[in-house]
Design a protein around this ligand. Structure first.
Ligand SMILES: [Zn+2]
Length: 422
């Protein structure tokens, strides 16, 4: 007989309406939601889960993660001091920890430390039930050029001989239209769910900056066209409005960060149905500027964050007021552990985004971005029973999503773990 679970909800956010409903129950049959409502009768054979003291939501989704390292403090060493096998183990650990924190699905936007396809092996092992962890949607290796934000060997750029050797360890780093056409085809061949490009410079690499366009027009077009020919989407790491406009013109599907946004570009994003994952976490020190706290950042990043501080604050304001399709993603390479995805909720709260807009982004909108909207993101019959519950007040407590009280993925309940920093 099919396994039945009857969940009694204190409050319920279903991913569909901006409200907390009271008196609701969810009936789960095997791996799917059977019914959601006030008048659902508990079948005799059902296991009862009483969450009457918690807020029940869809399983959360993080749309911008890098899973392939153990600790953000040592990320730069881990690029060169750990094996691909060790990086794959880090991915397993990240997937387990994010699940325990109520994030049942995560999108891996390219390996920071890894150059392999371990993330796809982990994804398949989780899908087959060999190991437990969050559901994974992955672009295993991002595409980038020499000296770019994706080229971690730039850390050794003052030793060109060594840097060159390290640069050659990244097979998806190259130049020219043909290189990138082939790189896209190879990523798809090995199982990439989507393509990620480092279109421009970044904040957390030492010798480049966010104003640089790091792939030329021909290369950008080659990537986007080839991915679309093969039925895959492309998302780009990008900050400035000129670069965003260019990418929109070339038909990009999504953009990450977009931290220097203006109103005109926000409108263009809406008109072209492009999604944005604004990843607030990495820029919090600049947006909510604290001259003491910023000193804890490494010098080369601190200088950039301070230089762009006013522009980042203005961009945040535009993002807060825009009507763009915004996803929820953390990009925790320099602020918190990658599995503590609940910190983005705190960042959105402290930027005045509002509880429901944030929850909507982390559930229904992210499910659309991951192209899984028919399976996850809302609590409705026939969707996977991916369900989380939270004891803290989601309206007032910015730490609420760091303290998971219950998590279920595809009808199976897993142990929860709260963020150790709480
Ligand atoms: Zn990233």
């Amino acid at each position: 007989m099919d396994r039945l679970t009857y969940i009694i909800c204190g409050k319920l956010y279903d991913g569909l309406e901006d409200e907390f409903k009271e008196g609701y129950k969810i009936l789960v049959k095997k791996d799917k939601i059977e019914a959601v409502g006030r008048d659902i009768v508990c079948p005799e054979s059902a296991e009862v889960v009483d969450l009457s003291d918690a807020t029940v939501t869809p399983g959360m989704i993080d749309a911008h993660m890098h899973m392939d390292y153990i600790d953000w403090h040592t990320i730069r060493e881990e690029v060169y001091t750990t094996s691909e096998e060790a990086k794959t183990l880090a991915i397993v650990r990240t997937a387990q920890k994010t699940l325990s924190r109520g994030f049942t699905t995560i999108r891996h936007t390219g390996g920071i430390t890894s150059n392999g396809f371990g993330v796809l092996d982990v994804k398949r092992a989780i899908e087959k039930g060999y190991i437990t962890g969050s559901r994974i949607v992955a672009a295993p290796r991002f595409l980038c050029g020499a000296g770019s934000h994706g080229d971690l060997s730039q850390g050794f750029a003052r030793n060109p001989e060594l840097s060159m050797i390290l640069q050659n360890l990244r097979p998806t780093l190259g130049a020219g239209k043909d290189f990138f056409v082939n790189a896209v085809r190879e990523e798809i061949k090995y199982g990439a769910d989507f393509i990620k490009i480092m279109a421009t410079g970044g904040f957390f690499t030492p010798y480049d900056n966010p104003s640089q366009l790091q792939m030329n027009d021909e290369e950008l077009q080659a990537v986007i066209n080839t991915a679309h020919e093969w039925g895959k989407t492309v998302t780009a790491h990008v900050y400035s409005v000129d670069h965003m406009k260019k990418l929109i013109g070339f038909g990009i599907d999504g953009m990450e960060h977009c931290s220097l946004m203006d109103e005109e570009t926000a409108q263009l994003i809406i008109d072209n149905d492009v999604y944005v994952v604004p990843t607030f976490c990495p820029y919090e020190e600049a947006v909510h500027y604290d001259p003491v706290l910023i000193q804890t950042k490494q010098e080369e990043y601190r200088i950039k964050l301070e230089y762009y501080k006013d522009a980042l604050q203005a961009g945040r304001e535009v993002i807060r007021n825009c009507k763009c399709k915004l996803g929820y993603g953390t990009d925790m390479v320099a602020t918190h552990q990658n599995y503590d995805s609940g910190y983005e909720f705190k960042a959105w709260m402290e930027s005045g985004m509002g509880t429901f807009r944030t929850l909507h982004a982390a559930t229904k909108v992210n499910a659309e971005i991951l192209q899984l909207e028919d399976k996850i993101g809302t609590l409705q019959p026939d969707k996977y029973a991916d369900i989380a519950a939270w004891k803290r007040d989601l309206m007032t407590d910015p730490y609420a999503l760091l303290d998971c009280a219950f998590v279920m993925k595809e009808g199976v309940t897993y142990p929860t773990e709260r963020c150790e920093e709480l």
